[in-house]
Design a protein. Sequence first.
Length: 288
Amino acid sequence: MTISVPATSANLGPGFDSVGLAVNLYLTIELLEATNHWHIEHDLGVEVPSDERNLLLETALQVSPSLQPHKIKMISEIPLARGLGSSSSVVVAGIELANQLGQLNLTGADKIAIATKIEGHPDNVAPAIFGNLVIANSIGGKTNHVTAPMPETGLLAFIPDYELKTSDSRQVLPNEFTYHDAVAASAIANVAIAALLTGDMALAGQLMEQDLFHESYRGKLVPEVAKIREISHAKGAYATYLSGAGPTVMIMMPIDKLTTIKSELEAQEFSGQLLELAVDTQGIKVVY
Ligand SMILES: Nc1ncnc2c1ncn2[C@@H]1O[C@H](COP(=O)(O)OP(=O)(O)O)[C@@H](O)[C@H]1O
Ligand SMILES: N[C@@H](CCOP(=O)(O)O)C(=O)O
């Protein structure tokens, strides 16, 4: 059996902690033979545990403590700590592993509730589970979500060479907002979501760049954002935003502008990778 889970790009500007998009980079785990001890084969480096301390197994065993140990092969195309939801992909894969091995018959609603409790916010785990664009919230342990198709858009991700842990990037955010600022910030988010749901990418893009919740505080952690925004706009992009907690910068544009924007950005020689992505429409995939 293999389980694959897509990467996710959270926030889309003002949808902080509540909006995310599934994209076509995958974490895949393959269940191998039953053994006496859990063991994960992977090439993700020595800092990623190969035993029960790995987030995959921590999650699976939290959901179902008495699972039969197995050998597992793990392959991830999702770069770690870059703002593309690597930790959420593992949490979601762990929940699905417990679901399959423990025959738990979890529903989508069960999975999002468990995953949100572990991650703390639903914006990555929700699209990782369901695919597409997902708008979700969680309050008092109750999680709500709405899935929607993403309007047609080209997608480019600039993935810097350096890591930025979500926990570190959350440290720079303010503890409080005035009532006035909270109303202004959520009004921007409301219009951005309405534009996304009605397929108006030009308006959505404008609002996505007016975020007041997080990007301005995090901008100093990702110095490339300003230049990428300037260049992309000069060539007709809809929007640029910090993917999740960063440092990846996502660029959305009309499909026919993608090649030009990509080559303009390549000419800058930023240290990092420029990847053309597509929306994942499936979420968790299990193959027997
Ligand atoms: N395949 C994996 N197996 C185990 N842990 C992982 C894996 N991928 C990511 N992680 C954990 O998640 C951390 C990154 O999570 P985070 O800082 O939220 O960044 P992001 O989710 O944006 O990639 C890694 O440092 C590692 O601890
Ligand atoms: N809303 C969160 C999203 C974190 O996403 P990640 O991909 O960086 O883990 C935040 O902005 O902190």
